[in-house]
Design a protein around this ligand. Structure first.
Ligand code: ZN
Length: 426
Protein backbone atom coordinates (compact mmCIF):
# COMPACT_ATOMS: atom_id res chain seq x y z
CA UNK A 1 0.00 0.00 0.00
CA UNK A 2 1.15 3.55 -0.54
CA UNK A 3 3.07 2.71 -3.72
CA UNK A 4 2.96 5.72 -5.98
CA UNK A 5 2.18 4.52 -9.44
CA UNK A 6 4.61 5.82 -12.01
CA UNK A 7 4.17 3.13 -14.59
CA UNK A 8 0.81 3.48 -16.23
CA UNK A 9 2.92 2.69 -19.24
CA UNK A 10 1.74 1.65 -22.63
CA UNK A 11 4.05 0.23 -25.16
CA UNK A 12 3.62 1.50 -28.68
CA UNK A 13 6.42 0.93 -31.20
CA UNK A 14 8.88 0.68 -28.38
CA UNK A 15 7.74 3.93 -26.71
CA UNK A 16 5.73 4.49 -23.59
CA UNK A 17 3.18 6.99 -22.23
CA UNK A 18 2.95 8.06 -18.63
CA UNK A 19 -0.34 9.31 -17.25
CA UNK A 20 0.50 11.63 -14.41
CA UNK A 21 -2.77 13.05 -13.12
CA UNK A 22 -2.77 10.10 -10.70
CA UNK A 23 0.30 11.43 -8.94
CA UNK A 24 -0.16 15.19 -9.24
CA UNK A 25 -3.64 16.40 -10.09
CA UNK A 26 -2.55 20.00 -9.39
CA UNK A 27 -0.04 20.10 -12.27
CA UNK A 28 -1.71 22.14 -15.00
CA UNK A 29 1.31 22.99 -17.18
CA UNK A 30 4.03 20.70 -18.43
CA UNK A 31 6.51 20.12 -21.21
CA UNK A 32 5.04 17.62 -23.66
CA UNK A 33 6.65 15.37 -26.23
CA UNK A 34 4.49 14.09 -29.09
CA UNK A 35 5.18 10.44 -29.86
CA UNK A 36 2.33 9.80 -32.26
CA UNK A 37 -0.21 11.86 -34.22
CA UNK A 38 -2.97 10.57 -36.47
CA UNK A 39 -5.99 11.99 -38.34
CA UNK A 40 -9.45 11.22 -36.94
CA UNK A 41 -12.52 10.51 -39.12
CA UNK A 42 -13.99 13.96 -38.33
CA UNK A 43 -10.92 15.80 -39.67
CA UNK A 44 -9.38 16.50 -36.27
CA UNK A 45 -6.16 14.91 -34.98
CA UNK A 46 -5.41 12.48 -32.17
CA UNK A 47 -2.16 13.16 -30.33
CA UNK A 48 -0.31 10.74 -28.06
CA UNK A 49 2.18 12.26 -25.64
CA UNK A 50 5.12 10.61 -23.97
CA UNK A 51 3.75 11.76 -20.62
CA UNK A 52 0.53 13.59 -19.87
CA UNK A 53 -1.33 15.17 -17.00
CA UNK A 54 -4.55 15.40 -19.05
CA UNK A 55 -7.49 13.42 -17.68
CA UNK A 56 -9.39 11.28 -20.23
CA UNK A 57 -13.15 10.76 -19.84
CA UNK A 58 -13.81 7.82 -17.55
CA UNK A 59 -15.10 6.66 -14.19
CA UNK A 60 -18.04 9.08 -14.36
CA UNK A 61 -15.73 12.12 -14.73
CA UNK A 62 -15.50 14.22 -17.87
CA UNK A 63 -12.23 14.82 -19.72
CA UNK A 64 -9.99 17.85 -19.38
CA UNK A 65 -9.75 20.66 -21.89
CA UNK A 66 -6.64 22.73 -22.55
CA UNK A 67 -3.92 23.50 -25.07
CA UNK A 68 -1.01 21.75 -26.76
CA UNK A 69 1.12 24.70 -27.83
CA UNK A 70 -1.51 27.11 -29.15
CA UNK A 71 -3.83 24.33 -30.37
CA UNK A 72 -6.99 23.74 -28.33
CA UNK A 73 -7.38 20.29 -26.78
CA UNK A 74 -11.11 19.68 -27.30
CA UNK A 75 -11.41 16.10 -26.09
CA UNK A 76 -9.31 13.53 -24.25
CA UNK A 77 -10.16 9.87 -24.23
CA UNK A 78 -8.64 6.49 -23.51
CA UNK A 79 -7.89 4.23 -26.42
CA UNK A 80 -9.56 1.22 -24.86
CA UNK A 81 -7.58 -1.41 -26.77
CA UNK A 82 -4.15 0.07 -26.17
CA UNK A 83 -4.82 2.03 -22.97
CA UNK A 84 -3.38 5.12 -24.55
CA UNK A 85 -4.51 8.65 -23.74
CA UNK A 86 -5.62 10.40 -26.94
CA UNK A 87 -5.61 14.23 -26.95
CA UNK A 88 -7.90 15.54 -29.68
CA UNK A 89 -6.79 18.79 -31.37
CA UNK A 90 -8.28 20.60 -34.33
CA UNK A 91 -5.15 20.75 -36.47
CA UNK A 92 -1.94 18.87 -37.13
CA UNK A 93 0.89 19.82 -34.75
CA UNK A 94 4.62 20.13 -35.46
CA UNK A 95 6.59 17.16 -34.14
CA UNK A 96 8.72 17.50 -31.03
CA UNK A 97 8.41 19.35 -27.72
CA UNK A 98 5.69 21.80 -26.90
CA UNK A 99 4.15 23.43 -23.86
CA UNK A 100 0.96 21.76 -22.64
CA UNK A 101 -1.61 23.56 -20.50
CA UNK A 102 -4.70 22.13 -18.83
CA UNK A 103 -7.80 24.30 -18.35
CA UNK A 104 -7.24 24.52 -14.59
CA UNK A 105 -10.62 26.09 -13.84
CA UNK A 106 -12.45 23.13 -15.41
CA UNK A 107 -10.11 20.56 -13.82
CA UNK A 108 -10.44 22.11 -10.35
CA UNK A 109 -14.22 22.02 -10.66
CA UNK A 110 -14.03 18.33 -11.50
CA UNK A 111 -11.68 17.68 -8.58
CA UNK A 112 -13.96 19.58 -6.18
CA UNK A 113 -17.06 17.75 -7.37
CA UNK A 114 -15.42 14.34 -7.51
CA UNK A 115 -14.13 14.58 -3.95
CA UNK A 116 -17.46 16.02 -2.80
CA UNK A 117 -19.14 12.97 -4.31
CA UNK A 118 -16.91 10.62 -2.29
CA UNK A 119 -17.69 12.60 0.85
CA UNK A 120 -21.45 12.70 0.26
CA UNK A 121 -21.50 8.99 -0.60
CA UNK A 122 -19.69 8.32 2.69
CA UNK A 123 -22.20 10.44 4.63
CA UNK A 124 -25.19 8.71 2.98
CA UNK A 125 -23.81 5.37 4.21
CA UNK A 126 -22.81 6.68 7.63
CA UNK A 127 -26.08 8.46 8.42
CA UNK A 128 -28.73 6.69 6.35
CA UNK A 129 -27.21 3.36 5.30
CA UNK A 130 -27.70 4.23 1.62
CA UNK A 131 -25.14 3.05 -0.96
CA UNK A 132 -24.03 4.96 -4.04
CA UNK A 133 -24.27 2.88 -7.22
CA UNK A 134 -23.01 5.42 -9.75
CA UNK A 135 -22.05 9.07 -10.17
CA UNK A 136 -21.63 11.66 -12.88
CA UNK A 137 -19.09 14.40 -12.26
CA UNK A 138 -19.54 17.67 -14.08
CA UNK A 139 -18.12 21.06 -13.25
CA UNK A 140 -20.69 23.20 -15.08
CA UNK A 141 -24.08 21.62 -14.47
CA UNK A 142 -24.83 19.98 -11.13
CA UNK A 143 -23.10 16.64 -10.58
CA UNK A 144 -25.17 13.64 -9.60
CA UNK A 145 -24.88 10.49 -7.54
CA UNK A 146 -27.38 7.64 -7.59
CA UNK A 147 -28.43 5.86 -4.39
CA UNK A 148 -29.44 2.24 -4.69
CA UNK A 149 -32.74 2.57 -2.88
CA UNK A 150 -34.61 4.70 -0.40
CA UNK A 151 -35.75 8.24 -0.89
CA UNK A 152 -34.15 10.51 1.70
CA UNK A 153 -36.44 13.08 3.26
CA UNK A 154 -35.63 16.79 3.17
CA UNK A 155 -34.52 16.63 6.82
CA UNK A 156 -32.25 13.66 6.08
CA UNK A 157 -30.68 15.45 3.11
CA UNK A 158 -29.99 18.46 5.33
CA UNK A 159 -28.37 16.16 7.85
CA UNK A 160 -26.11 14.58 5.18
CA UNK A 161 -25.23 18.00 3.79
CA UNK A 162 -24.38 19.35 7.24
CA UNK A 163 -22.15 16.38 8.05
CA UNK A 164 -20.34 16.60 4.68
CA UNK A 165 -19.68 20.30 5.15
CA UNK A 166 -18.40 19.65 8.67
CA UNK A 167 -15.93 17.11 7.27
CA UNK A 168 -14.86 19.68 4.67
CA UNK A 169 -14.07 22.13 7.47
CA UNK A 170 -12.07 19.40 9.25
CA UNK A 171 -9.72 19.58 6.21
CA UNK A 172 -8.97 15.85 6.21
CA UNK A 173 -6.20 14.57 3.92
CA UNK A 174 -7.38 12.81 0.74
CA UNK A 175 -4.81 10.16 -0.06
CA UNK A 176 -4.41 8.07 -3.22
CA UNK A 177 -2.40 4.89 -3.64
CA UNK A 178 -2.33 1.66 -5.62
CA UNK A 179 -2.78 -1.77 -4.07
CA UNK A 180 -2.54 -5.31 -5.35
CA UNK A 181 -5.54 -7.69 -5.42
CA UNK A 182 -4.04 -9.41 -2.36
CA UNK A 183 -3.85 -6.15 -0.42
CA UNK A 184 -7.32 -4.94 -1.35
CA UNK A 185 -9.19 -7.35 0.92
CA UNK A 186 -7.68 -5.55 3.93
CA UNK A 187 -9.20 -2.24 2.88
CA UNK A 188 -12.77 -1.39 3.99
CA UNK A 189 -13.93 -0.28 0.54
CA UNK A 190 -17.39 1.35 0.26
CA UNK A 191 -18.04 -0.84 -2.79
CA UNK A 192 -16.06 -3.55 -4.62
CA UNK A 193 -13.52 -2.36 -7.24
CA UNK A 194 -14.33 -2.64 -10.96
CA UNK A 195 -10.73 -3.54 -11.86
CA UNK A 196 -8.82 -6.57 -10.64
CA UNK A 197 -5.24 -5.31 -10.82
CA UNK A 198 -3.43 -2.10 -9.96
CA UNK A 199 -6.37 -0.97 -7.88
CA UNK A 200 -6.20 2.72 -7.06
CA UNK A 201 -7.57 3.66 -3.68
CA UNK A 202 -8.80 7.14 -2.81
CA UNK A 203 -8.96 7.50 0.96
CA UNK A 204 -10.51 10.33 2.91
CA UNK A 205 -8.21 9.72 5.80
CA UNK A 206 -9.54 7.05 8.09
CA UNK A 207 -13.14 7.48 6.91
CA UNK A 208 -13.84 6.56 3.34
CA UNK A 209 -12.08 4.15 1.00
CA UNK A 210 -13.01 4.04 -2.69
CA UNK A 211 -11.49 2.39 -5.71
CA UNK A 212 -11.34 5.31 -8.14
CA UNK A 213 -9.24 6.54 -11.06
CA UNK A 214 -10.47 10.14 -11.04
CA UNK A 215 -8.89 13.40 -9.93
CA UNK A 216 -9.46 14.70 -6.40
CA UNK A 217 -8.42 17.57 -4.17
CA UNK A 218 -5.59 16.89 -1.72
CA UNK A 219 -7.59 17.70 1.42
CA UNK A 220 -11.34 17.90 2.03
CA UNK A 221 -10.95 21.64 2.68
CA UNK A 222 -10.25 21.97 -1.04
CA UNK A 223 -13.89 21.11 -1.74
CA UNK A 224 -14.84 24.42 -0.19
CA UNK A 225 -18.52 23.70 0.27
CA UNK A 226 -21.07 21.16 -0.93
CA UNK A 227 -24.78 21.78 -1.46
CA UNK A 228 -27.46 19.28 -2.38
CA UNK A 229 -29.87 20.92 -4.82
CA UNK A 230 -32.58 18.35 -5.38
CA UNK A 231 -33.41 14.66 -5.61
CA UNK A 232 -34.95 12.84 -8.51
CA UNK A 233 -36.80 9.55 -8.22
CA UNK A 234 -35.67 7.12 -10.91
CA UNK A 235 -37.06 3.65 -11.47
CA UNK A 236 -35.22 1.82 -8.71
CA UNK A 237 -32.93 4.52 -7.33
CA UNK A 238 -32.75 8.10 -6.11
CA UNK A 239 -30.59 10.63 -7.94
CA UNK A 240 -28.99 13.36 -5.84
CA UNK A 241 -28.06 16.58 -7.68
CA UNK A 242 -25.33 18.56 -5.96
CA UNK A 243 -22.79 21.33 -6.50
CA UNK A 244 -19.44 21.92 -4.82
CA UNK A 245 -16.54 24.37 -4.65
CA UNK A 246 -16.47 27.25 -7.10
CA UNK A 247 -19.70 26.12 -8.80
CA UNK A 248 -21.47 26.19 -5.43
CA UNK A 249 -20.05 29.65 -4.78
CA UNK A 250 -21.26 30.92 -8.17
CA UNK A 251 -24.68 29.47 -7.51
CA UNK A 252 -24.76 31.18 -4.12
CA UNK A 253 -23.72 34.48 -5.73
CA UNK A 254 -26.41 34.36 -8.41
CA UNK A 255 -29.13 32.98 -6.11
CA UNK A 256 -28.37 35.63 -3.51
CA UNK A 257 -28.47 38.39 -6.11
CA UNK A 258 -31.88 37.15 -7.31
CA UNK A 259 -33.28 36.81 -3.79
CA UNK A 260 -31.89 40.19 -2.64
CA UNK A 261 -33.21 41.85 -5.81
CA UNK A 262 -36.69 40.43 -5.20
CA UNK A 263 -36.62 41.53 -1.55
CA UNK A 264 -35.57 45.06 -2.58
CA UNK A 265 -38.38 45.20 -5.16
CA UNK A 266 -40.85 44.24 -2.48
CA UNK A 267 -39.28 46.64 0.03
CA UNK A 268 -38.67 43.93 2.63
CA UNK A 269 -35.59 42.35 4.17
CA UNK A 270 -34.46 38.99 2.78
CA UNK A 271 -35.83 36.94 5.73
CA UNK A 272 -39.28 38.52 5.22
CA UNK A 273 -39.34 37.60 1.53
CA UNK A 274 -41.32 34.32 1.83
CA UNK A 275 -44.04 36.02 3.93
CA UNK A 276 -44.18 38.98 1.56
CA UNK A 277 -44.43 36.64 -1.44
CA UNK A 278 -47.23 34.68 0.21
CA UNK A 279 -49.07 37.92 0.97
CA UNK A 280 -48.70 39.01 -2.65
CA UNK A 281 -49.94 35.64 -3.92
CA UNK A 282 -53.02 35.91 -1.71
CA UNK A 283 -53.67 39.45 -2.94
CA UNK A 284 -53.28 38.29 -6.53
CA UNK A 285 -55.72 35.42 -5.97
CA UNK A 286 -58.29 37.84 -4.48
CA UNK A 287 -57.82 40.29 -7.34
CA UNK A 288 -58.25 37.51 -9.89
CA UNK A 289 -61.46 36.44 -8.21
CA UNK A 290 -62.76 40.02 -8.16
CA UNK A 291 -61.72 40.54 -11.76
CA UNK A 292 -63.55 37.33 -12.74
CA UNK A 293 -66.70 38.56 -11.03
CA UNK A 294 -66.45 42.00 -12.68
CA UNK A 295 -65.89 40.42 -16.09
CA UNK A 296 -68.92 38.23 -15.59
CA UNK A 297 -71.02 41.26 -14.62
CA UNK A 298 -69.73 43.20 -17.63
CA UNK A 299 -70.56 40.31 -19.96
CA UNK A 300 -74.06 40.00 -18.52
CA UNK A 301 -74.59 43.75 -19.03
CA UNK A 302 -73.18 43.56 -22.57
CA UNK A 303 -75.38 40.57 -23.41
CA UNK A 304 -78.38 42.47 -22.07
CA UNK A 305 -77.50 45.52 -24.23
CA UNK A 306 -77.11 43.34 -27.32
CA UNK A 307 -80.41 41.66 -26.56
CA UNK A 308 -82.19 44.98 -26.10
CA UNK A 309 -80.93 46.25 -29.47
CA UNK A 310 -81.38 42.91 -31.29
CA UNK A 311 -83.28 42.71 -34.56
CA UNK A 312 -86.61 40.95 -34.38
CA UNK A 313 -87.05 38.34 -37.08
CA UNK A 314 -90.37 36.55 -36.67
CA UNK A 315 -90.35 34.97 -33.21
CA UNK A 316 -86.59 35.36 -32.83
CA UNK A 317 -84.36 38.03 -31.39
CA UNK A 318 -81.29 38.09 -33.66
CA UNK A 319 -77.97 39.40 -32.34
CA UNK A 320 -75.33 40.05 -35.00
CA UNK A 321 -72.04 41.57 -33.89
CA UNK A 322 -68.44 41.83 -35.11
CA UNK A 323 -65.60 42.80 -32.74
CA UNK A 324 -62.06 43.88 -33.50
CA UNK A 325 -59.43 42.10 -31.36
CA UNK A 326 -61.71 39.86 -29.34
CA UNK A 327 -60.71 36.31 -28.43
CA UNK A 328 -62.66 33.10 -28.89
CA UNK A 329 -62.84 32.64 -25.11
CA UNK A 330 -64.41 36.04 -24.72
CA UNK A 331 -66.92 35.44 -27.51
CA UNK A 332 -67.86 32.09 -26.00
CA UNK A 333 -68.47 33.68 -22.59
CA UNK A 334 -70.67 36.34 -24.19
CA UNK A 335 -72.49 33.62 -26.15
CA UNK A 336 -73.19 31.65 -22.98
CA UNK A 337 -74.90 34.70 -21.49
CA UNK A 338 -76.92 35.35 -24.66
CA UNK A 339 -78.27 31.84 -25.06
CA UNK A 340 -80.08 32.17 -21.73
CA UNK A 341 -82.24 34.96 -23.13
CA UNK A 342 -85.61 34.13 -24.71
CA UNK A 343 -85.76 33.57 -28.48
CA UNK A 344 -82.10 34.51 -29.09
CA UNK A 345 -80.17 33.50 -32.18
CA UNK A 346 -76.75 35.16 -32.18
CA UNK A 347 -73.75 35.33 -34.47
CA UNK A 348 -70.61 36.79 -32.88
CA UNK A 349 -67.46 37.35 -34.92
CA UNK A 350 -64.06 38.34 -33.52
CA UNK A 351 -61.06 39.49 -35.58
CA UNK A 352 -57.50 38.90 -34.35
CA UNK A 353 -54.29 38.66 -36.38
CA UNK A 354 -56.03 38.10 -39.74
CA UNK A 355 -58.14 35.32 -38.24
CA UNK A 356 -61.87 35.23 -37.64
CA UNK A 357 -63.36 33.58 -34.56
CA UNK A 358 -66.99 32.74 -34.98
CA UNK A 359 -69.49 31.81 -32.25
CA UNK A 360 -73.15 31.01 -32.89
CA UNK A 361 -75.69 30.53 -30.10
CA UNK A 362 -79.36 29.65 -30.10
CA UNK A 363 -81.66 29.81 -27.08
CA UNK A 364 -83.61 26.65 -26.31
CA UNK A 365 -86.83 28.24 -27.59
CA UNK A 366 -85.28 29.72 -30.78
CA UNK A 367 -86.14 26.64 -32.84
CA UNK A 368 -82.70 26.67 -34.49
CA UNK A 369 -79.46 24.73 -34.12
CA UNK A 370 -76.34 26.79 -33.44
CA UNK A 371 -74.27 24.03 -35.03
CA UNK A 372 -76.31 24.12 -38.27
CA UNK A 373 -76.08 27.90 -38.37
CA UNK A 374 -72.32 27.83 -37.84
CA UNK A 375 -71.71 25.27 -40.57
CA UNK A 376 -73.78 27.31 -43.00
CA UNK A 377 -71.70 30.44 -42.24
CA UNK A 378 -68.35 28.68 -42.33
CA UNK A 379 -68.94 27.96 -46.00
CA UNK A 380 -68.49 31.70 -46.65
CA UNK A 381 -64.98 31.81 -45.20
CA UNK A 382 -63.82 28.30 -45.92
CA UNK A 383 -63.50 27.77 -42.16
CA UNK A 384 -63.75 24.88 -39.74
CA UNK A 385 -65.61 24.29 -36.50
CA UNK A 386 -68.58 22.71 -34.78
CA UNK A 387 -70.60 22.50 -31.59
CA UNK A 388 -74.07 21.61 -30.37
CA UNK A 389 -77.57 23.00 -30.81
CA UNK A 390 -77.08 25.78 -28.27
CA UNK A 391 -73.46 26.91 -28.91
CA UNK A 392 -70.97 26.31 -31.71
CA UNK A 393 -67.61 27.81 -32.56
CA UNK A 394 -65.29 27.91 -35.52
CA UNK A 395 -62.79 30.03 -37.38
CA UNK A 396 -61.02 30.80 -40.59
CA UNK A 397 -58.94 33.43 -42.34
CA UNK A 398 -60.28 36.95 -42.57
CA UNK A 399 -60.17 40.61 -41.50
CA UNK A 400 -62.72 43.19 -40.33
CA UNK A 401 -64.20 43.52 -43.85
CA UNK A 402 -64.66 39.74 -44.07
CA UNK A 403 -66.25 39.85 -40.63
CA UNK A 404 -68.76 42.50 -41.77
CA UNK A 405 -69.59 40.45 -44.91
CA UNK A 406 -70.11 37.41 -42.73
CA UNK A 407 -72.51 39.34 -40.49
CA UNK A 408 -74.47 40.40 -43.59
CA UNK A 409 -74.53 36.79 -44.80
CA UNK A 410 -75.81 35.75 -41.37
CA UNK A 411 -78.56 38.38 -41.55
CA UNK A 412 -79.74 37.05 -44.93
CA UNK A 413 -79.50 33.48 -43.66
CA UNK A 414 -81.51 34.19 -40.53
CA UNK A 415 -84.08 36.23 -42.41
CA UNK A 416 -84.55 33.31 -44.79
CA UNK A 417 -84.91 30.92 -41.86
CA UNK A 418 -87.31 33.29 -40.04
CA UNK A 419 -89.66 33.68 -42.97
CA UNK A 420 -89.11 30.20 -44.38
CA UNK A 421 -87.64 31.33 -47.65
CA UNK A 422 -84.80 28.82 -48.07
CA UNK A 423 -84.49 29.57 -51.82
CA UNK A 424 -83.08 33.01 -50.89
CA UNK A 425 -80.23 31.68 -48.79
CA UNK A 426 -76.78 32.76 -49.76
ZN1 ZN B 1 -13.12 9.52 -7.18
Amino acid sequence: MGRVRQDFLLLKAGMSTQTLYFTDPYCFEFEAQIIEQFPLPDGRFGVILERSYFYPTGGGQEHDLGWLGDARVVDVYKDGARHLTVHVVERHLPEGHLQARIDSERRLRHMEHHTAQHLLSYCFVELLGLDTVSANINGDTPSTLDLNNGEPSFAELMQVEKRANYLIRCDLPVKTYFVSPQQVSAIPLRKPPKVSEDIRIVEIEGLDYSACGGTHVARTGGIGVVKILRTERLKDKSRIHFVAGSRAFELFQSSYAIAAGLAAQMSVGLPELPTAMQRMMNQLKNLQRELGQLKEQALTAEARRLYDTAETMGERRVVLAAFDGRSMNDLRALGRELRLMPGVAAVLVGVQDERLSLVTVCAADAGLSADDLLRQLLLHINGKGGGDASLAQGGGPGDLTTAQSLIEAARVELLALAFNRPEQRL
